[in-house]
Design a protein around this ligand. Structure first.
Ligand code: K7E
Ligand code: CUA
Length: 664
């Protein structure tokens, strides 16, 4: 933060904890289990740092924040954002089992918003309103893992957020201008949709990977013949959210990535064995990085060289078996997990998970490999040992990579160019030694890190400022809150020669992943623009009923539904009473006419499980059955006005039809 509060920040930031004893215990345990000594890695790391130190920018020793008597050192960052001041970055977190997306300010780590996606949310009524019910298909749970934004020319265009649902094989899109889901696409022939990634040259395809292999189609056939199971790499059009095509492969796929040119997409494949039990899934020493050749696949789709699976009309390219013009299988060590593209667009880094290595794939060699001029494995240009259980990799703007190491509970910083040089050395011993020197630092994190990401790391504008370590366990670092502890998102200053832990951020389980985006890219509106599928639905209803949503208040009975079109303006609903007959199905469509920033109202109908939000100039609706005679107050649940408590009316449910009074 370049603000005048920097000095204060140095006083108020908590001292940086050095290696906690609990961390050491965990690591000692892991080392014993695996037979790898963590200290060996540390020695290697510090040696490399010593050797490489002089080549790195801004390499003076820097004091820990909070320990330096208030002196901010030259290159260090501060997490302090003064009251009233804004963060430099938006962070978008997946919400894991909660099925939502969370929006944080970075570096303050203040939570700004939760965007309900696959879940029910009582604050907004998402999951209960008519539009959300329609696109959720009456399901109220999901498992979000990966959030990625739409791109243009290798960086974010600020329009959309895409997120997967692993549980029910769906892809959702959030409009950034209103921070609300506008579309959810069901992915046919898919199970356990896990890795997703949008293309980076434009808003083109969003690719999704099936992690679970199933019979094709999954309609009761082949259930006891796992060798016939398959998995899908699916291309969804990021503009229309339609499923365009699928590629059927034999192995189950994990994480996903795209190049910067729009030529390739990638999937890690950790179960080349095709096993359905843990033991079988881990049997092989090598699994694969799948590389999908988009032009060749599109050509097959155009020429009709496709199959159909079951009732789905989506064209499927069958690429099961050996390397083909559609999919190349690059052998990489054991059960790879993450695949991440560096900001130069030259290298895809594949993390070994059950191998202590990461494999660096040179994307510029892929054309030759597809044309069989070189072998798929020849695309691997480095394979440094980074620690036990590498999962994901983030990048700075200086050619360094930061890999999350789950078992060791560390982040390993390593230099890509140095690792590539080391790999070229013919003599195995000399090559290994050189590769060890490419390891620049190992920073303890607390504990068992999953994803890692950095500011703008997934774009060509990676800026090397903030690194986020998403740790699966917080253990003893917070007040005890019972059997379910928070997870721990640790914010690291990556701007200097050494990574520095700056902040512990407890999170509600389990945000797998996050992206950190420059604030200038994210420009939401303050007043609802009344566009998109939700308004298309309301406008269609209004047209059919001859209603102007922004003006008219009408109660219309037809097709067994009482449609109540109602407007509100602080502190009044247009109708102070709504009369219906017992057993009638009632749909209240509420339009908030207030044109004032942040003046939200809502509608709660007591004892009818109706409670939703209507923002400024917004329309929202819910449907319920009035099944018990009596007087039920409906009220505005959002504090909107000095007379907010008076903003209410009566729903009068009679045994026999009564007439509606003329005006509220
Ligand atoms: Cu590594 Cu679902 Cu992204 Cu979790 S996945 S860590
Ligand atoms: Cu409107 Cu409270």
């Amino acid at each position: 933060m370049q603000n005048k509060h920097d000095k204060t920040a140095q006083h108020t930031t908590h001292p940086q904890p050095e290696s906690a004893t609990a961390s050491n215990a965990v690591q000692a345990e892991a080392a014993t289990e695996t037979g790898w000594g963590r200290r060996d890695f540390l020695k290697v790391g510090s040696l490399a740092a010593a050797l490489f130190g002089t080549q790195l920018a801004g390499c003076e020793k820097t004091p820990s924040p909070g320990l330096g008597g208030g002196q901010a050192h030259a290159s260090g960052l501060s997490t302090h954002v003064a009251p009233g001041a804004h963060d430099d970055y938006y962070g978008f977190w997946s919400g894991g089992q909660s099925g939502e997306i969370r929006v944080l300010g970075v570096p303050s780590m203040r939570e700004l918003k939760r965007i309900p996606v696959f879940n029910f949310d009582a604050a907004t009524g998402w999951g209960a309103t008519d539009f959300s019910k329609k696109i959720l298909g009456n399901r109220l749970s999901g498992d979000t893992h990966h959030v990625h934004l739409s791109y243009k020319d290798g960086t974010y265009d600020g329009r959309y957020i895409f997120v997967n649902d692993k549980a029910s094989a769906r892809l959702a899109r959030v409009r950034i201008d209103i921070m609300e889901v506008d579309r959810i696409t069901e992915l046919p022939n898919c199970a356990g949709t896990h890795g997703i990634f949008p293309q980076r040259h434009k808003t083109g395809y969003v690719f999704t990977n099936s992690e679970f292999r199933t019979p094709m189609p999954n309609d009761g056939r082949d259930m006891d013949s796992p060798e016939k199971y398959g998995a899908m790499h699916t291309a969804v059009d990021g503009e229309t959210m339609e499923v365009k095509w699928q590629v059927l492969v034999e192995g189950n796929m994990d994480l996903c990535a795209t190049d910067y040119q729009g030529k390739y997409s990638f999937a890690t494949c950790y179960n080349s064995e095709g096993g359905v039990t843990l033991e079988k899934m881990m049997a092989n020493e090598r699994d694969h990085l799948y590389v999908f050749n988009i032009a060749n696949i599109e050509r097959a789709v155009q020429n009709g060289k496709t199959i159909r699976i079951g009732n789905s009309t989506v064209p499927v390219v069958d690429a099961r078996g050996a390397d083909s013009e559609y999919v190349m299988r690059i052998p990489v060590p054991k059960s790879p997990h993450g695949v991440n593209m560096d900001p130069t667009g030259m290298y895809a880094v594949v993390s070994g998970k059950l191998s202590p290595t990461v494999s660096v794939v040179d994307v510029r060699k892929l054309d030759d490999a597809f044309q069989k001029k070189i072998k798929p494995r020849d695309c691997v240009v480095a394979e440094p040992e980074v620690g036990l259980g590498p999962l994901h990799t983030a990048f700075d703007n200086k050619g360094n990579a930061y890999t999350s190491i789950f078992i060791d509970s560390v982040v390993t910083k390593w230099n890509i160019a140095a690792a590539i040089e080391a790999y070229k050395i013919k003599d195995p011993k000399a090559s290994k030694e050189a590769a060890a020197k490419a390891i620049l630092q190992k920073l303890d994190v607390h504990y068992q890190i999953g994803h890692i990401n950095a500011s703008m790391s997934e774009t060509k504008e990676a800026d090397g400022k903030w690194l986020m370590a998403l740790c699966k366990f917080s253990k003893d670092r917070y007040l005890n809150v019972g059997p379910l502890m928070p997870e721990n998102d640790q914010l690291i200053d990556m701007s200097g020669d050494k990574m520095k832990l700056m902040h512990d951020g407890p999170t509600y389980p389990e945000p797998h992943d996050c992206v950190i985006v420059k604030k200038s890219i994210i420009q939401p509106t303050k007043i609802q623009p009344r566009t998109g599928p939700r308004f298309e639905m309301y406008e269609a209803w209004a047209k059919e009923d001859g209603v102007n949503l922004l003006k008219d208040n009408k109660i219309i009975r037809k097709n067994g539904i009482v449609r109540v079109y109602m407007t509100s303006q602080a502190p009044k609903f247009h109708f102070s009473e709504i009369r219906v007959t017992k057993g009638e199905k009632v749909q209240i469509i509420l339009t908030n006419l207030d044109n004032v920033e942040d003046l939200s109202h809502g509608l709660c109908v007591t004892h009818h499980d109706v409670n939703f939000l209507v923002n400024a100039r917004d329309t929202n609706s819910a449907t319920f059955v009035a099944d018990k005679p009596g007087v039920y107050w409906f009220y505005c649940p959002w504090f909107c006005h000095a007379l907010h408590l008076e903003m209410r009316g009566r729903l009068i449910v009679s045994d026999a039809p009564t007439s509606q009074p003329k005006k509220g």
